[in-house]
Design a protein around this ligand. Structure first.
Ligand code: N01
Length: 542
């Protein structure tokens, strides 16, 4: 059978109905493609469906962490806080699904198990976890960079008599927490957000910490009607600023995520008085003021010491304070965390910190978790232990490209892709914000708009020219990977002591690669637009 007379279930199968899948469906449908979206969850929203743990919220200002594609949507939607909570963002994404009539093309509770490229017909054959098989010309992977949950394999975990919950697979019907003995593992963004909220309801909360977190007070507060009206009156300008900036930010509402370092302010040249004044004026953010801390490990260590000093001034018990002080990795290696009363929570009488570096896990038993120093009896054990990030959502699907290439094997030494869009040997497959893109460093909704727009233009180009096959040239992919690598040299993300989800260091046995482009979204998109303007020379198009 030829490439054009095969029966297709869709022109494009989009995998995932989170933010990027919803927007891809809207745009591709408008461009005239028949689209089917396959989604494992029982609801839309992706990350914002699954991560409904207590305290879950975004740490990017709501007025920027939202879509700009429709001025009417921007005007009608009201955000209640600077940093929106998970329920509010989930409502927003459901509103989008309804407002643009997207639900009819989304199949929920239909995860993708396998995909194979059929070279004879230039089509993808997609097998779902529900046993269906669908065929399409193209696949667009809207699978997210932080969507494949990681749970440590602690001995005896299956013997635990209580409830085990993953923060990123939080049940929609909720978890009974009131008055219970709760244990939580993990001190990244998820754990740091959940811990203060859990402490408010738990009979007792035990925090099992492997690595102390760098986290700064979020200063979240309600958005006033005036603040909202001000941004709405100049939303086009705000969006244009976001689309043209390195991180898709426009600093709209004054709710800066972090104190921005002054490149000319050097901690290595500072006096003890200057540092003490910085602590008095900026508190925890005193550690973020210094330009030299971003590149120089000695400077960074001095900034870390300011952070530790704030921990010691906040946490009453000296041993707990010492455990909560980050000691062995620099600021800027991991994703900075924003919190609401995190360190203060450890002063509560119903909260215990177990420092796993001093008191390692022995095993899980029916009653709770046994460490070297004793047994912590628990009713609920929560894992906020992060994700097999960037590549995990893709390698967990059996994706077979040319000549039976299996993506999981091809990426065994780390993900390799061209600008996060395409992978050599996997024709007709596009990724939204895949490995080698700017990734989560740029504010997602506007970032998604740019990426999906580029992919939609490319698919239009192929359709207009009657092309049925597209794949990136391996040389173009190699060159881009080298550029990504070069752009990260000298950054704290790649410090020798840095283990994070960014570089694969959070998962035992995962290859250590930093697959995020640090050159900025503005430069990235300029390059992407050049590629389109030149007729996509990096791609083999037939
Ligand atoms: O995951 P993480 P996350 N034993 O990988 C610990 C986004 N996000 O879900 O550092 C004990 O950051 C692990 O310890 P260590 C955001 O981009 C955003 O919190 O590996 N502990 C670490 O403390 C974020 O960066 C928002 O030693 C173990 C924790 O688990 C990303 O998602 C909210 C362990 C995992 O931290 C991921 O955040 C939430 C083990 N065996 C998430 N294995 C906002 O918008 C792992 N850990 C605010």
């Amino acid at each position: 059978m030829g490439t054009n007379d095969i029966a297709l279930d869709a022109d494009v199968i989009v995998v995932g109905a989170g933010m990027s899948g919803l927007y891809a469906l809207k745009v591709l449908r408008e461009r005239g493609f028949r689209v089917v979206v396959l989604e494992r969850a029982p609801g839309v929203g992706g990350t914002w469906y699954w991560n409904r743990y207590p305290g879950a919220r975004c740490d990017i200002p709501s007025l920027e962490y939202s879509f700009g594609f429709d001025p009417e949507l921007e005007q009608e939607w009201e955000w209640s806080e600077h940093f929106a909570s998970q329920p509010e963002i989930e409502r927003y994404l459901n509103h989008i699904a309804d407002r643009y009539d997207l639900r009819g093309d989304i199949r929920l509770e239909t995860g993708v198990a396998a995909m194979a490229f059929d070279e004879a017909t230039d089509t993808w054959v997609v097998d779902t976890e529900t046993g269906e098989q669908l065929r399409s010309r193209f696949c667009v992977m809207a699978t997210g960079g932080l969507s494949a949950p990681h749970r440590p394999d602690w001995p005896g975990l299956d013997t635990f008599a209580g409830e085990v919950v993953q923060s990123s697979l939080w049940p929609e019907e909720g978890v009974e927490l009131e008055g219970r003995r709760i244990g939580i593992v993990g001190n990244g963004s998820s754990g740091v957000q959940a811990i203060p909220e859990l402490a408010k309801v738990a009979g007792h909360l035990t925090v099992f910490q492997r690595t102390a977190a760098f986290t700064w007070p979020s200063q979240n507060r309600p958005l006033t009607p005036e603040e909202q009206a001000d941004v709405k009156a100049r939303y086009r300008e705000v969006r244009e600023a976001q689309y043209a900036s390195p991180l898709a930010t426009a600093n709209t509402t004054g709710a800066t995520i972090f104190t921005v370092a002054d490149p000319d302010r050097h901690i290595l040249e500072s006096t003890p008085e200057e540092r003490e004044n910085a602590l008095a004026e900026h508190g925890f953010s005193a550690s973020r003021l210094w330009g030299d801390a971003a590149k120089d490990l000695d400077a960074n260590e001095m900034a870390v010491e300011l952070f530790r000093e704030m921990v010691r001034r906040t946490v009453v018990d000296p041993e707990t304070a010492d455990s909560l002080c980050p000691k062995d990795y620099p600021i800027g290696c991991k994703r900075p965390v924003l919190d609401n009363g995190y360190f203060e929570t450890f002063n509560r009488p119903n909260v215990t910190l177990v420092d796993l570096r001093k008191d390692p896990i022995v095993e899980v038993v029916p009653e709770g978790v046994r460490t070297e120093r004793g047994l912590q009896e628990l009713d609920v054990l929560i894992f906020a232990t992060g994700f097999d990030a960037v590549s995990g959502a893709l390698t967990r699907i059996d994706i077979r490209g040319n000549d039976g290439h299996l993506l999981r094997d091809d990426w065994a030494d780390g993900p390799r892709a061209f600008m996060g869009f395409s992978v050599a040997d996997y024709p007709n497959m596009f990724m939204i914000i895949g490995p080698g893109s700017v990734g989560v460093l740029a504010t997602y909704p506007p970032h998604i708009e740019l990426q999906v727009g580029w992919i939609a233009d490319f698919l239009d180009h192929l359709a207009t020219n009657g092309n049925t096959h597209v794949e990136v040239e391996p040389e173009a992919q190699d060159e881009w990977c080298a550029e990504v690598e070069a752009a990260s040299v000298g950054s704290m993300f790649r410090a020798p002591t840095c283990n994070s989800w960014y570089n694969g260091g959070n998962i035992e046995g995962k290859a250590r690669v930093f697959p995020i482009y640090l050159g900025g979204l503005d430069r990235f998109m300029a390059r992407a637009r050049d590629i389109a303007a030149n007729g996509y020379p990096e791609f083999d198009i037939r």
